[in-house]
Write a protein that binds this ligand. Structure first.
Ligand SMILES: Cc1ncc(COP(=O)(O)O)c(C=O)c1O
Length: 326
């Protein structure tokens, strides 16, 4: 059977492909996410992993009334945990609902999930959604649910891809304007165009897609922000006026500035990438990922990317200062 489309190039442990017969997905490597050992925090209590279910008539599933977070734990500590929990609460508020508990409670629950699953270095996924009390566009009285899962997880892109820099192509799908969608919320509905873009990029042999915004300006990747080191010695990054102002993005801007690298947030047109010295992505999942190509433009991961990768590893606790110096 020939591969039709490789999905999830990101996770070397999770290659899957559809077969020509179209009769399903063959899995290699790890178990599917619904069928694992461990515990998931669900509406206030830890439940066995396989029992963390929701009803098929949940509003969140039908109308994308759901918000989520993606967090990483390093050496048992969730990096920027409270910022993530605050963003989760802010995203919920943008969608017109309140989380069923406080930001402090979300912090505590995330830590509890990590410990219950004995994870020291891994990924944490809180998600809040409208339940099944009402079925229709309006769902004012639906109960709000909150679940938090965590699992061991390595690099988002393979080590080989990271070494050379990942390969990207520009997506036909664009980030919508703030008048068309709640662009600053980490809301599940906004990921529809990300999945479409990523699938198209993967089907064409790329690791990820560059998404432009509705004006045709460079916006971000499908799950990460973008930075461009220009010949003027400055680091340029698009102004986050219609996409997520990533927690990693803000961290890396701070790290760059403490190194004396000037960071410019501005509108970047795609043809400016021609002059770029280095390009990299930032995100909780992607961390700092070098980019080797976008369409016909080629970049070589260099000093700026290396320094900020190391600084980010220090900031997250992946490395100690002596390791970097050595
Ligand atoms: C679309 C998108 N942009 C940017 C980011 C980066 O955000 P953060 O650094 O907060 O993980 C993410 C990841 O959450 C994302 O999904």
């Amino acid at each position: 059977m020939l591969p039709l489309a490789i999905s999830n190039l990101a996770g070397p442990t999770e290659w899957r492909w559809k077969t020509w017969s179209g009769k399903g997905i063959r899995k290699m490597g790890t178990a599917p996410y619904h069928d694992r050992d461990g515990f998931i925090w669900y509406d206030g209590a830890l439940v066995p992993w396989r029992e963390a279910k929701l009803h098929v008539l949940s509003h969140g599933l039908h109308y994308a009334s759901a918000v989520f977070e993606g967090e990483r734990a390093y050496a048992g500590r969730i990096f920027k945990l409270t910022e993530h929990s605050q963003r989760l609460a802010a995203s919920a508020e943008t969608l017109g609902f309140a989380l069923p508990c406080s930001v402090d409670d979300v912090d505590r629950a995330c830590d509890e999930v990590l410990r219950a699953n004995s994870i020291t270095d891994g990924y944490v996924r809180p998600i809040a959604w409208r339940g099944s009390e009402m079925m229709g566009v309006s769902a004012q009285a639906s109960r709000i649910h909150l679940a938090i899962a965590a699992w061991n997880w390595g690099s988002y892109f393979s080590e080989e891809a990271r070494q050379k820099g990942i390969r990207m192509c520009t997506s036909a799908w664009r980030r919508p304007s703030p008048q068309c969608a709640p662009v600053h919320a980490k809301a599940t509905g906004l990921y529809m165009i990300c999945t479409l873009s990523k699938h198209n990029a993967e089907a064409a042999g790329y690791h990820d897609a560059l998404m432009l915004d509705w004006r045709g300006q460079v916006a971000e990747a499908t799950g990460a922000n973008i930075f461009v080191a220009m010949p003027d010695g400055r680091l340029h990054t698009p102004t986050p006026d219609c996409f997520l102002d990533g927690i990693t993005r803000r961290t890396v801007i701070g790290l760059a500035r403490s190194r004396g690298i000037e960071v410019v947030e501005r509108a970047i047109m795609p043809d400016e990438l021609r002059d770029a010295r280095e390009v990299f992505l930032t995100g909780t999942a992607a961390e700092v990922t070098p980019v080797g190509e976008i369409d016909s433009y080629r970049f070589v991961p260099g000093e700026v990317t290396r320094l900020l990768t190391e600084d980010y590893q220090l900031a997250t606790g992946q490395r100690q200062a002596q390791t970097v110096a050595a």
